[in-house]
Structures are given as structure tokens and as C-alpha cells.
Design a protein around this ligand. Structure first.
Ligand code: C2G
Length: 139
């Protein structure tokens, strides 16, 4: 059994309309760490982020929890909880997609910080737009 570099990674996100970009990120995190903790944004926090979710928090949480590479899902209620989460759960790695590059470097005092390239061509916003104004034939 190959030893993974990290024991416990944590990542944060809305995970609305779960898609291949979300899955590929979590898979890559699971290749780096024995355990993967995911902080899923609550509906209230998404309102603060200026995001209106299609899928309510409880369902988004249940979907992410069902993934075999995910160890635990916690709530993300604010921008300020990351340091205490990393300490509380004993995480040695923090990972986000590259659209967040540099934004969470303050966590380098507490754990390693890695930004992984986003999966191009897919986003929750694009999915919503495609549903609103479909291009070409639907499947
Ligand atoms: N992501 C990705 N590729 C995509 C879309 C998203 O790798 N095509 C990654 C993002 O970089 C993020 C994660 O998937 O790391 C979740 O993305 P979102 O659900 O859009 O989360 P976001 O709104 O960026 O919230 O405190 C941090 C925030 O909660 C992040």
C-alpha cells in the first residue's frame, strides 16, 4: 500500500449542481492524502458569497458525503473558520482549485497549501446558463 504524502487534507466549496470539475478535484486530493475532509458552504454562507444555490445545503452535503474518497463533510459558515478547522481536525494539507491561487496562503503557517488546476470547460454557472438557454440538441 503506497504511503500518501499527507494524512488529512481539507478543502472548501459550494459543490452546487455537482459536476466533473468537483469530482476531479476531490479525486486528486484523495491521491495526495489518506483522508479528505470537505467543508461544504451552507446556504446562508453562499448568500454572503453572493451565490444562490440550486441544491440546498443538506442535499449538497449528502452528495459529497456519498463519495468514496471523502472521509468527512463539515459545514462552511464563514470565511474565518479555516485556521480553526485546520487545527481542530489536525489537517496537514489545505487544497483548493487554482481559481483561488494565493487567496489562502495565510494557512501556510498551519499546514501545506496546494492549489490544483481547475477542470476547464465546466462550472456550476455554465450549467445554469446552459439550462436557461440551451445550445444544440439536448441529450
Ligand atoms: N473547481 C474545479 N474545477 C471546476 C470548478 C470548480 O477544480 N471546473 C474547484 C474549485 O476551485 C473549488 C471546488 O472545485 O476548489 C469547489 O468549487 P465551488 O463549488 O465553485 O466552490 P467556491 O464557490 O469556489 O467556494 O471558502 C472557499 C469557498 O467556499 C469556495
Amino acid at each position: 500500500m503506497s504511503e500518501k504524502k499527507y494524512k488529512r487534507a481539507i478543502t472548501y466549496g459550494t459543490y452546487d449542481l455537482f459536476h466533473i470539475g468537483h469530482l476531479r478535484l476531490l479525486k486528486r486530493i484523495a491521491n495526495l492524502a489518506e483522508e479528505v475532509y470537505v467543508a461544504v458552504s451552507s446556504d446562508e454562507f453562499n448568500a454572503l458569497k453572493g451565490k444562490k444555490c440550486i441544491v440546498p445545503f443538506e442535499n449538497r452535503k449528502e452528495i459529497v458525503e456519498a463519495l468514496r474518497m471523502v472521509t468527512k463533510v463539515i459545514r462552511e459558515d464563514n470565511w474565518e473558520q479555516k485556521i480553526s478547522d485546520v487545527q481542530k481536525y489536525g489537517c496537514d494539507l489545505f487544497v483548493m482549485g487554482s481559481d483561488w491561487t494565493g487567496k489562502f496562503d495565510f494557512l501556510k503557517d498551519y499546514c501545506d497549501v496546494i492549489y490544483l488546476p481547475r477542470t476547464e470547460g465546466v462550472s456550476t454557472t455554465e450549467i445554469k446558463q446552459d439550462i436557461k438557454s440551451p445550445k444544440g440538441s439536448s441529450c
